[in-house]
Design a protein around this ligand. Structure first.
Ligand SMILES: Cc1cc2nc3c(=O)[nH]c(=O)nc-3n(C[C@H](O)[C@H](O)[C@H](O)COP(=O)(O)OP(=O)(O)OC[C@H]3O[C@@H](n4cnc5c(N)ncnc54)[C@H](O)[C@@H]3O)c2cc1C
Length: 282
């Protein structure tokens, strides 16, 4: 009864109801089974938290639910931290291990994503594997010089993965962050607290070198190489951080979408890069 009332309300208010449906469903107990099914059955699709997949009208022939595949963990190893692909954004946000090693950058890069309920379901693997342009976690992980580990493709720098032209058919097993990060900061501008970012910036000092990443531009995040080269050869202060912001705004391509124009993003990038660099230097 309640459902029909909701449906009637939605229709009278002109809302369109989106539905996802599965032909078949499986929840493999390991990645071997998940991967072999993924590559052998054409209509198969991996399901992480399912939050993004369910946003549209979609029929998935075979849903491979990764929730039982043993990749929900945050492991503190001697020289690096491993984050399993099925780790929820909420576990990622609240992890003491990640906070102790990298400060607040991890928390800051997910805290704007809708709300605790959604972050308790959406996964870091679904976010990173899909290379969404709007992804805040990708911007932060790129600044942290993270690696990814694909079940079939093995380990590679996130920086390299983001530049690949063709999509792969693989499973993001884990993300690896080395413990050589000295300090990091994340800055973002949004129209409202939980909207998608107009622009996001990550900065870090890794092995005594600064890294600057820019995301939601609106394409997927990229490093600002010229700005990094400049800032790595000077002392950071108000003037040099301003100059680095200007260099970043010149070298990065900014586009237009319904959240902001390319021109606006270019201007904003100067401020966010400066703030992030000063945040790392403090
Ligand atoms: C309303 C809404 C607002 C959002 N706002 C923001 C925001 O402001 N900033 C932001 O950064 N993100 C935002 N997100 C995205 C969210 O953070 C997640 O990125 C997104 O939900 C995908 O995670 P998921 O686990 O739900 O993936 P799913 O929806 O399950 O899957 C997404 C895609 O990834 C694939 N996939 C899933 N897991 C894996 C894996 N381990 N290996 C390989 N492929 C995999 C699936 O096959 C699918 O193609 C928003 C999402 C929603 C629904």
């Amino acid at each position: 009864m309640q459902n029909s009332v909701n449906l009637a309300l939605a229709l009278t208010r002109g809302m369109v109801i989106k539905m996802i449906s599965f032909g078949d469903y499986m929840a493999p107990k390991d990645l071997d089974e998940a991967y072999s099914t993924l590559i052998s059955k054409k209509p198969a699709r991996l399901i992480g938290g399912g939050c993004f997949l369910r946003m549209g009208n979609r029929r998935i022939g075979l849903a491979i639910d990764l929730s039982q595949a043993g990749i929900n963990y945050i492991n503190d190893l001697e020289e690096e931290i491993e984050i399993g692909g099925m780790t929820s954004l909420r576990d990622y946000e609240t992890s003491e291990i990640l906070k102790d090693n990298f400060g607040n950058i991890i928390r800051d890069s997910v805290k704007h994503i809708i709300g605790v309920q959604l972050r308790s379901i959406a996964t870091i693997g679904g976010t990173v594997y899909s290379r969404y342009g709007f992804s805040d976690p990708i911007t932060a992980l790129l600044a942290l010089d993270a690696d990814i580990y694909l079940y079939k493709g093995g380990r590679m720098p996130l920086e390299e993965y983001l530049k690949e032209e063709n999509p792969r058919k693989d499973i993001l097993e884990k993300i690896i962050i080395k413990k050589n990060v000295e300090k990091a900061a994340f800055e973002t501008l949004r129209n409202s607290a939980v909207d998608y970012a107009i622009l996001s910036v990550g900065a870090s000092r890794v092995n005594e070198k600064y890294r600057i990443s820019i995301g939601a531009r609106p394409r997927v995040a990229t490093l600002a190489y010229k700005a990094m080269e400049y800032i790595n050869n000077v002392e950071i202060n108000e003037d040099t951080a301003t100059k680095a912001g200007e260099l970043a705004s010149e070298e990065i391509h900014f586009g237009t979408n319904n959240r902001g124009t390319g021109e606006y993003r270019k201007e904003i990038s100067k401020v966010l890069v400066k703030r992030a660099l000063l945040g790392v230097q403090r």
